[in-house]
Design a protein around this ligand. Structure first.
Ligand SMILES: Nc1nc2c(ncn2[C@@H]2O[C@H](COP(=O)(O)OP(=O)(O)OP(=O)(O)O)[C@@H](O)[C@H]2O)c(=O)[nH]1
Ligand SMILES: [Mg+2]
Length: 325
């Protein structure tokens, strides 16, 4: 079906003994390898995954879905696969939808394709209200930060070209979902969302978002740091701009008082507050300049990493579009 392309499916899993076998069994035969990254489950996830025919990589500690994703990604690159699909191990997605994700990559129309629960209202699942609301707000935030409109940035069912995998450079270990959107948009990858049906099982407790406040906090931390690192001038100078406005407002209270009464006493506090904001504005301005220098170094490092990976892994790819040079 996908002649000449090696396709791997990775499944990050944590305590999924009830579902993992079914997910692996449902993977279509054109997929060359299923890899389960067992993140130190306390149940028999590894055993069941292995007997269902998957390659199992087990972490010695529970490190999070983001870390598991990176482990899978490295394996896929090292083993020479051309396309990687990631799917959750809870059975919410149908593996029969895999072609819908990989076809745009095979046709050369996309580098990264994600299943979307919200792009088409006909496919919107009957999910808990709070999750639906949170997912939509998260997509709005990532759209605003990246400057591109996305409808679902938290879905765990996606496909990547080998080239996109070589460019991806993720830091978050809690989750990879939103960071990969930012990383790949800033790297000008072609991203496509395809509507996919998702099942929600009553009574299942999310392994990733068992505490919603913790999920929000951890996710926002990853997004905040990613945006800061990719758009340092905009990030630090926006803060500097707000501080300058505050400084001017307080400074003008003092000046107005001086011009109307001829003396500073009485409103001297506003001068101090204005000066405080001004000093901080200058500090943020300078931090922006330094962060911008660091950003340029990072871009260079990423270019080197990309070339190194290409050299190190050349000859392993079977992708006709990817000659390894
Ligand atoms: N490797 C690893 N995988 C995890 C961890 N927590 C969850 N997972 C896996 O990540 C996938 C998604 O987890 P879910 O519990 O379904 O979380 P979710 O899809 O955000 O939440 P729901 O919408 O309730 O399903 C599943 O395959 C889990 O087994 C973890 O700490 N490490
Ligand atoms: Mg799930």
């Amino acid at each position: 079906m996908y002649k000449g392309r090696l396709i791997a499916v990775i499944i990050p899993a944590f305590n999924e003994e009830d579902n993992i076998g079914g997910v692996i069994d449902s993977i279509p035969s054109f997929v060359d390898r299923a890899v389960v990254i067992d993140d130190c489950s306390r149940d028999r996830t590894s055993e069941f995954a292995s007997s269902a025919g998957a390659v199992v990589i087990r972490h010695d500690f529970n490190m999070g879905v983001g870390a598991a994703f990176n482990t899978g990604l490295e394996h896929v690159l090292k083993e020479g696969f051309d396309i990687m699909v990631n799917i959750d191990g809870d059975g919410q997605f149908s593996a029969l939808d895999i072609p819908r994700l990989i076809d745009p990559i095979v046709d050369g129309n996309a580098d990264f394709v994600t299943a979307s629960r919200f792009i088409d209202s006909g496919f919107t699942p009957d999910m808990p209200k709070i999750k639906s609301w949170g997912n939509r707000r998260m997509s709005e935030l990532i759209s605003r930060l990246s400057g591109k409109r996305f409808h679902d940035v938290s879905c765990g069912f996606r496909a990547y070209s080998r080239d996109a995998l070589m460019k991806l450079n993720l830091f978050g270990s809690f989750t990879y979902t939103q960071e990969s959107f930012l990383d790949l948009t800033f790297k000008k990858a072609r991203i496509k969302e395809v509507p996919v049906r998702v099942k929600y099982f009553g009574g299942r407790e999310s392994r990733v978002a068992s505490s919603i406040p913790n999920y929000i906090l951890q996710t926002l931390k990853i997004i905040f740091r990613t945006y800061r690192d990719y758009r340092p001038l905009r990030f630090f100078w926006s803060i500097a701009f707000i501080l300058t406005l505050l400084s001017l407002s307080f400074g003008s209270i003092l000046l107005f008082h001086y011009f109307s009464t001829g003396r500073f006493s009485g409103q001297i506090w506003s001068g101090f507050v204005g000066a405080f904001f001004f000093v901080n504005a200058v500090a943020f301005f300078i931090t922006g300049v330094i962060a911008d220098i660091l950003y340029r170094m990072r871009v260079n490092q990423e270019r080197m990493m990309y070339r190194l990976k290409k050299m190190e892994l050349s000859g392993k790819s079977h992708d006709p579009h990817n000659t390894g040079d």
